[in-house]
Design a protein around this ligand. Structure first.
Ligand SMILES: NC(=O)c1ccc[n+]([C@@H]2O[C@H](COP(=O)([O-])OP(=O)(O)OC[C@H]3O[C@@H](n4cnc5c(N)ncnc54)[C@H](OP(=O)(O)O)[C@@H]3O)[C@@H](O)[C@H]2O)c1
Length: 210
């Protein structure tokens, strides 16, 4: 079995990741969340914990191969650093973490200026989060979505670090599909930092704000 842990497991993006991971019969999933609720599946364990506490993470990560975090917040860089420390202690290999598009000013104008005005205060934290993963000496996959939607589309386009971003929105369902692809083929997306967005959403802002 492939042991996979999902941190932030009660969040909206995690809800799109969980069923897509469980499509893979060889995945044994551990959900790490602050307030646990019972789940009926012999392939899912639930661990209650807080990612600001290193001891909670170290206990939960023991035996895991791939650790996925969908957490956000103004302390995301510190929480990600905790995950890295716990993974190293526990011998876990591959970290998948969500940062955000815009951290390298890589969004095309005028979308970049609009995004910076709306959520620019998060950019330094999301940049630091990406750096923590990249400098961890673990295998990493950093994702940079933009304006998340609950649209059902799983379609996504990827841009590499250093490339100009494409699109103005990202569906959570597409992150679910992408993360499931990473777990299926971890080597395929090893040590990559990728913009992920919905095709054909180019413009000066996401559709909901036009
Ligand atoms: N919203 C956007 O448009 C946008 C754009 C770009 C990037 N992002 C990033 O996308 C990611 C996912 O977004 P989302 O909408 O799925 O977020 P979400 O629904 O708020 O889910 C995040 C989850 O993280 C959990 N969490 C936070 N701090 C924690 C801690 N200390 N210990 C354990 N769990 C903790 C929260 O748990 P509780 O349920 O206990 O609060 C929550 O369930 C975030 O990283 C966000 O920064 C979002």
């Amino acid at each position: 079995m492939k042991n996979v842990m999902l941190i932030g497991a009660s969040g909206s993006t995690s809800r799109e990741i969980i069923p897509r991971l469980l499509e893979q019969d060889d995945v044994k999933l551990t959900l790490f969340l602050r307030r646990a609720s019972p789940i009926q599946s012999d392939r899912v364990d639930v661990v209650e914990g807080d990612a600001t506490r290193l001891t909670d993470l170290t206990r939960a990560i023991r035996g895991q191969e791939i650790v996925i975090s969908t957490m956000g917040g103004l302390d995301l860089d510190a929480k990600t650093a905790n995950i890295v420390r716990a993974m190293k202690e526990a011998g876990a290999r591959h970290l998948v973490v969500i940062s955000a598009g815009g951290i390298y000013d890589e969004l095309p104008e005028p979308f970049n200026a609009w995004d910076k005005g709306m959520v620019g205060q998060y950019r330094p934290i999301n940049l630091k989060t990406a750096e923590v993963a990249e400098q961890s000496a673990l295998t990493y996959t950093v994702l940079r979505p933009v304006w998340l939607t609950s649209k059902p589309t799983e379609e996504f386009q990827l841009t590499r670090k250093g490339e100009t971003y494409k699109g103005t929105e990202t569906s959570r369902a597409s992150i679910g599909r992408f993360v499931a692809d990473v777990v299926r083929n971890p080597d395929h997306y090893a040590n990559q930092n990728l913009g992920i967005s919905q095709p054909d959403t180019d413009g000066d802002r996401p559709a909901a704000y036009r």
